[in-house]
Write a protein that binds this ligand. Structure first.
Ligand code: XMP
Length: 512
């Protein structure tokens, strides 16, 4: 296997750690986030072209603050320390870090030495995001100041000979002007990277590696139609062809026509060995009369695993189970103690009774946007690659209260109209998640001369980057009007449409 150039990112617990890794990859250099206390042996084994220390909330002069092995600085590998990472480098090498009276925060103009390799191409001043209280008061021997702000005397430092660099600001965030250029300069001018990380080569290499690893053995994949499992399945299919079997459990809680679309893509377009299990009746039977959202989730998760296991049993022993785990799910916390590794499967856990020898996770090292690029590279249709997030329990948590077949049909139709109009208006790229909810509320209406007593549909649309917080989307009135009028005219048993104008927090994106 060809080794990619690697940049190791030592995680000291700062909030932008993953962003640093992404920025490095955007510069076409592969990066990995590792705990700050990684051993010297491990670093040597990984053989990185450079090391970046992240920021972090601690103060270096406190006894229990996270520290790296000081030997790192003697490896001859270039190091860039960011914020806490810089302070730690200075402190470890004999400099002094002190606490300022006041926190420096915001995009602040720094005067920089643009003859330094780190600031090549910059003007003499540049705005960077500063966010710190501690600062480097005195430099270690042989370090030179290459940047300062009004309140921070050592905003950037270097020791060219030892290829050690430190910056007090955060180049990885957009609030730093041309911040990525600082990272690019470190990678190309100082670490002498050539930039060999590209999705196209990742795809070819992964296919070759999977071929080599799996050979003519058998693999099984649970396909949900979501981006991650779809990309993982196609990658495996390219590597081992018909030795991959995908099981697609259609719980009947997908959106209108979605089950058929998934089947069409995977069976016809990619000629994947696909088993589709139409299990709607089973799921609805188990969900009958259940209105508590958490109970619904639990039932669906359990039933999903059960159906999957039953199908897997028919196949018998397989060698590999494919999982669509992605990088943010596996990065260990910088503080090494509480490693956050969550089970990726978004409706349940791992199946207990599937007979397999090993798990393969071909997307384990990719960020979400890289997974999407991989999908495009593999020829997966755009509408699937850029599919908005869809919860594992599906429409079950968008029918408020108990679920019936009739309610599901109403919701599917209303939701399809909403999605169609959003796409027609060209808003599907700017709104990150949008869907209809069937509220459990009936109200009085009038249709022709008749009184009606029917359901209220709520429309939900949010703009968000991380789905942790978000604002309701300001969809133009004309579009809302059209959606509302189409829904009440075209969908039986709906006589009222409302638009949810709450942000998250305090509301959540889903209603259940
Ligand atoms: P909330 O509703 O918590 O949702 O604001 C945040 C994001 O998570 C999705 N979501 C789920 N995804 N299983 C999933 O796989 C679930 O049970 C689930 N509940 C919410 C939601 O669609 C949104 O993108």
């Amino acid at each position: 296997m060809k080794e990619n150039e690697l940049i190791l990112i030592l995680d000291f617990g700062g909030q932008y750690n993953q962003l640093i890794a992404r920025r490095v990859r955007e510069c076409n250099v592969y990066s990995e986030v590792v705990p700050f206390d990684i051993s010297i042996e491990k670093i040597k084994e990984k053989n990185p072209k450079g090391i970046i220390f992240t920021g972090g909330p601690a103060s270096v002069y406190l006894e229990d603050s996270p520290k790296c092995n000081p030997e790192i600085f003697n490896l001859g590998i270039p190091v860039l320390g960011i914020c806490y990472g810089m302070q730690l480098m200075m402190h470890t090498l004999g400099g002094q870090v002190a606490r300022a009276d006041k926190r420096e925060y915001g995009t602040i103009e720094a005067t920089i030495d643009n003859t330094s390799l780190l600031f090549q191409g910059f003007n003499k001043t540049n705005g960077f995001l500063m966010s710190h209280t501690d600062y480097v008061e005195k430099l270690p021997e042989n370090f030179k100041n290459i940047g300062y702000t009004d309140s921070c005397p050592n905003a950037a430092v270097e020791n060219v000979e030892r290829k050690l660099y430190g910056i007090q600001f955060h180049p990885e965030v957009n609030l730093s002007i041309n911040g990525t250029q600082v990272i690019r300069n470190f990678l190309y001018n100082i670490c002498e990277c050539s930039g060999d990380w590209q999705i196209a080569s990742f795809v070819t290499e992964s296919i070759n590696n999977l071929k080599e690893k799996i050979g003519d053995k058998k693999a099984l994949c649970a396909l949900s139609g979501g981006v991650d499992s779809s990309v993982a399945a196609v990658l495996l299919n390219k590597a081992i062809g018909k030795n991959l079997t995908c099981i697609f459990v259609d719980h009947g809680l997908l959106r209108k026509n979605e089950g058929d679309e998934v089947e069409e893509v995977f069976r016809n377009q990619f000629d994947i060995n696909l088993i589709r299990v139409n299990a709607k009746d089973r799921f609805l039977a188990r969900l009958a009369g259940v209105s508590d959202p958490e109970q619904k989730r639990k039932i669906i998760g359990e039933e999903f695993i059960r159906v999957f296991e039953e199908e897997a049993k028919k196949i018998g022993t397989v060698d590999y189970l494919v999982q669509g785990t992605i990088y943010p799910d596996v990065i260990e916390s910088g503080l090494g103690k509480s490693s956050v590794i969550k089970s990726h499967h978004n409706v349940g856990g791992l199946p207990d009774y599937v007979d397999f020898k090993e798990i393969v996770e071909p997307l384990r090292n990719l960020f979400k946007d890289e997974v999407r690029q991989t999908g495009l590279e593999l020829g997966i249709p755009e509408n699937l690659v850029f599919r908005q997030p869809f919860p594992g329990p599906g429409l079950a948590i968008r029918v408020i209260g108990d679920i019936t077949d009739e309610k599901l049909t109403i919701l599917k139709e209303a939701d399809a109209i909403f999605r169609e109009e959003i796409a027609l208006a060209g808003l599907h790229k700017s709104i990150n998640q949008y869907f209809a909810v069937l509220t459990n509320l009936k109200s009085v209406g009038v249709m022709g001369d008749e009184r009606t007593y029917d359901y209220t549909v709520a429309l939900r649309a949010v703009e968000t980057k991380d789905f942790m917080t978000g604002v309701w989307s300001r969809i133009p009135y004309e579009i809302l009007e059209k959606v509302s009028s189409r829904i009440v005219n075209e969908v039986k048993h709906v006589n009222r449409v409302v638009y949810d104008i709450t942000s998250k927090p305090p509301a959540t994106i889903e209603w259940e």
